[in-house]
Write a protein that binds this ligand. Structure first.
Ligand code: ADP
Ligand code: MG
Length: 345
């Protein structure tokens, strides 16, 4: 008798998570938001405690050939802080689960923790615990971050409304191109180890890949301007993928305009050099850790002069119509082609 076997690839990362979500309805009234947003929300008095976990695996999420351990430590914290920021929250604590193979020396782990410490100082979070194990498959870092947000100020993926304005911070696609540059240098180094990498020209892109920022500055500025976005998500998998999360969670449609999507000039030029359409990098390149949010049109005045917030489109009522209006004024369906780590199974 043959047992049924379903390939995880058929389901994909998001399909798998959705399946788990359905199987685990929450049982406690304090579990205000379970699976399905950037962080879970636990009800405590007038606040929500926010909880989020992100795991980085060697060979899947990073390559130590070009990812210095110090940067890796920093980035692992940033990825978690960014998910707390996406809930409009303030991060306060992290715990770290570490799997270490015998390839690593004490000095190497010290370097990793130096990066973690730098991020803890920059984002004012405390490392309060974790777990340590040996690993047979390289380095594994799993970080859980805890944060807080006042009730009423939380920004779920599920609350975008018809006519809301879609906003993104910073610029997009740079981290993806930074990775392409690093990969190219690695290949060239493998062929000719004498060669000195010439990364200076690409400094901004490589920096966005190796030392990203979490946009806590934006969380504070939104509060200063008394704006609570209707929905918010951080861009870890790519703009298109995150927009589709908002569409699905909120039951609304997305319309964005290609000429409004912020792309840095070096990102643009380097995309052309790699023969990739720059908008593809912005839509599908991951790891920018910018914030994507929607606002009620009445809040537009409060944000319109902000130098680092870009208004890229609006929400409409039909969740089946998620489109990009190209520079040629044609409509293209938004598709998620972001990282899907299960494809590495
Ligand atoms: P993000 O990109 O913001 O980190 P993810 O796509 O990793 O978000 O996760 C989406 C949601 O699924 C989150 O609520 C997360 O906690 C949950 N999740 C992810 N993996 C699992 C898992 N293995 N079991 C239960 N929940 C999970
Ligand atoms: Mg997120």
């Amino acid at each position: 008798m043959s047992e049924k076997r379903t390939e995880l690839n058929d389901l994909g990362e998001f399909g798998l998570i959705e399946r788990v979500e359905k199987q685990f309805p929450v049982q406690n009234s304090t579990s205000a938001k379970g699976i399905g947003d950037d962080a879970a929300m636990i009800s405590i008095g007038s606040e929500y405690l926010l909880v989020t976990t992100d795991m980085l695996l060697e060979g899947i999420h990073f390559d130590l050939a070009y990812m210095p351990l110090q940067h890796l430590g920093y980035k692992a914290v940033v990825a978690n802080v960014s998910d707390i920021a996406a809930m409009n929250g303030k991060p306060e604590q992290i715990t770290i689960g570490l799997g270490i193979s015998n390839r690593f020396s004490l000095e190497a782990i010290d370097t990793l923790y130096a990066g973690i410490k730098a991020a803890c100082e920059d984002y004012k979070v405390d490392l309060v615990g974790g777990d340590t194990s040996s690993s047979k498959s390289g380095l594994i870092i799993s970080i859980t971050a805890l944060g807080r947000v006042d009730k009423g100020k939380e920004t779920l993926r599920s609350n975008a409304k018809n006519n809301d304005i879609i906003c993104v911070t910073g610029d997009l696609g740079a981290a993806y191109l930074g990775l392409q540059v690093l990969e190219r240098e690695k290949q060239e180094f493998l062929i000719n180890p004498e060669m000195q990498p010439d990364l200076e020209k690409y400094e901004y892109l490589v920096g966005r890949q190796l030392k990203p920022d979490a946009r806590m500055d934006i969380v504070h500025e939104l509060a200063d301007r008394k704006v609570v976005p209707t929905a918010m998500i951080d861009i870890s998998d790519g703009l298109a993928s995150e927009l589709l999360h908002i569409s699905k969670s909120s039951g609304v449609g997305i319309k964005i305009f290609e000429d409004k999507v912020p792309i840095d000039s070096l990102t643009y030029e380097t995309a052309i050099e790699f023969m990739i359409d720059p908008i593809t990098c912005a839509l599908n390149g991951g790891e920018d850790y910018e914030l994507l949010f929607t606002i009620d049109p009445k809040d537009y005045e409060k944000l319109k002069n902000h130098p680092d917030i870009h208004f890229i489109g609006h929400i409409h009522s039909d969740p089946t119509q998620n489109v990009l209006v190209t520079k040629q004024e044609t409509l293209e369906p938004l598709k998620a082609q972001g990282w899907n780590h299960l494809s590495n199974f």
